[in-house]
Design a protein around this ligand. Structure first.
Ligand code: FES
Length: 150
């Protein structure tokens, strides 16, 4: 099936198998390997923005994203510069194991777009619904607070 969508500001048209996951389309067809697979768990390493809403790209077929606008972790940086949230993750040591990091940042991007000044409990509640708790989240909270206080 032919699909057309915008990814990180670029238009793409592709002929894909109906059962191809959006995650695999992004990684294998577009080479956007910043979006991770967590090997079948529900941890959300594959989170991207679809029309501005954070979604798990392994839960969505590429054909379901036809006509939509996707932003992946690669789409957050501009001219090779990390955005403020990415910079805060780096500076606060919130990068965890590298697999979780892109999904965390994409999910938090959605949260900050909805609520530019979330409380700690709101941040924790948001992450509880999106990603698993494989490590402590204190540095992630500190990174978000660094962005929202600046
Ligand atoms: S790869 Fe596990 S939730 Fe997407």
């Amino acid at each position: 099936m032919e699909i057309s969508l915008k990814v990180n500001g670029k238009d793409y048209t592709a002929d894909v198998e109906p059962r191809l996951l959006l995650l695999d389309f992004l990684r294998e067809h577009l080479g956007l390997t910043g979006t991770k697979s967590d090997g079948g768990s529900t941890a959300g390493c594959c989170t991207v923005l679809l029309n501005g809403i954070s979604v798990k790209s392994s839960y969505i077929l590429a054909v379901q994203a036809d006509g939509s606008e996707i932003v992946t972790i690669e789409g957050l940086s501009q001219n090779g510069q990390l955005n403020p949230l990415q910079t805060a993750f780096w500076e606060m040591g919130a990068v965890q194991n590298g697999y979780s990091t892109p999904g965390l940042i994409m999910a938090l991007t959605d949260l900050l777009n909805r609520n530019p000044h979330p409380s700690e409990s709101e941040i924790r509640a948001w992450l509880d619904g999106v990603l698993s708790r494989d490590t402590g989240y204190q540095n992630v909270i500190c990174a978000v607070e660094m962005v929202t206080s600046g």
